[in-house]
Design a binder for this molecule. Sequence first.
Ligand code: FAD
Length: 504
Amino acid sequence: MMLAYMDRAAAAATERDALELTVVTADAAECAAAKDFGGLVSARPAAVVRPASADDVASAIRAAARTTHLTVAARGNGHSVAGQAMSDGGLVLDMRARRLQMKLVSPGGGGAAFADVPGGALWEEVLHWAVSNHGLAPASWTDYLRLTVGGTLSNGGVSGQSFRYGPQVSNVVELEVVTGEGECRVCSPSSHPDLFFAVLGGLGQFGVITRARIPLSPAPRTVRWARVVYASFAEYAADAEWLVTRPSESAFDYVEGFAFVRSDDPVNGWPSVPIPAGARFDPSLLPAGEPGPLLYCLEVALYQHQQQQPDDVDERMGEMMRRLKYVRGLEYAADVGYVEFLSRVNRVEEEARRSGSWDAPHPWLNLFVSARDIADFDRAVLAGMLADGIDGPMLIYPMLKSKWDPNTSVALPEGEVFYLVALLRFCPGGGAAAAEELVAQNGAIVDACRRNGYDFKTYFPHYRAEADWARHFGPNWARFLDRKARYDPLAILAPGQKIFARTP
Ligand code: FAD
């Protein structure tokens, strides 16, 4: 067995005997598993397991089940912000240990192509493998690709493609899962469907995803990428919602957007808008009559395939852009390669690493807010509480509920059109006190949403009280409890989500 895990104290020796696993001391791995991207909480595991196969995952879970207290957390790339991939005094499975075994499959011989990828593969690895080796690609992405397949499928996985192609949880046809009882099962919408849907958006509660089968289609060659600016939120939202509700044949492939402040601040202000590099923002073009503190940037993209002529793209782009009510003169466009487009956040990472803000705390808040309440939300929260910006992007763009399967475990607002609101705070100079203040402000935003009766859900929820979880899942809380009892009755899995306590 290729299990290697790290002990740290004599007390762990008894546990190791009980686990019957090979032990390798490597304190660095334990330390890494005690942290995450958020940098706000820390929980040190008893051991880190590096599974080479689904059998290894099953062995670790079964070994934990033989104890009265050990929990098991699958860790993707640790890009959670509130300790969701941690296990305090338990086992952490380093899912990155088995990441490079990807396979092209075409079951049934009907010509449809799929990628079989390990749960610990980064989306970036899937992209490069599929495009370079096969000229193919998945349809649904996250903005940033250094996230694992298992990690995003346990949450949702959204980006500007979601309105059209669905989130990542709608773009998977089969999973290999190890349940909380240490049973390895292959599941799909037709085989063990309840387990399949439970795991998708299941916050790691029902099983560890060891393999996912992702549909592929021909990779676009290039992307026409454009940004336009609005001074009025009402016009921004009306255009964004018009774009995401158009029929597929006349829709963009990607629609996103963000709010920014009226200043030359490089992170929050107008320099954050122009593409390509070197383009400039001319604030004198802004209309005089719109006094709000924020401006809005709508970002769209149209894919160009091998067989398409550039004229087709110009025509389709022109036809849609013409109808939008953005501020004339404040429009930007670039033609970029498909892989370059999908890798656009890597540049942000490089800059943030250089400035030190990548390693600072990240008190992020992600919400799904129904279109019904988004104008009010903008007034009260973005243009109210956050009028000076947040030292990071404030994404706000719509998607459609009908692209999500209601059988998955993801909690969504009621309305068909809802917005992702992502407050991606980087905490420069970030001392603990500053971070705590921002966490408190996030709490105040959620409280305001509740007080105002908005139709909303948190995305990447991190509640502590059972009542909050029950409210989060609403009518599906009973289903969530039932699934937990069925697939992880001892509550061994994903303890960092703080939903259930381990049963002795
Ligand atoms: P981890 O943080 O390691 O794990 C997350 C949760 O999933 C934990 O509970 C863990 O136990 C569980 N888990 C991990 N692997 C598995 C597995 N194989 N099987 C079962 N459970 C598992 N999200 C979006 O939707 N869209 C975006 O555009 C986006 N951009 C981001 C950009 C940045 C810079 C960052 C830091 C995050 C972004 N995210 C985005 C959020 C991201 O999707 C989550 O952090 C998600 O948890 C994936 O990260 P990860 O793979 O590192 O998972």
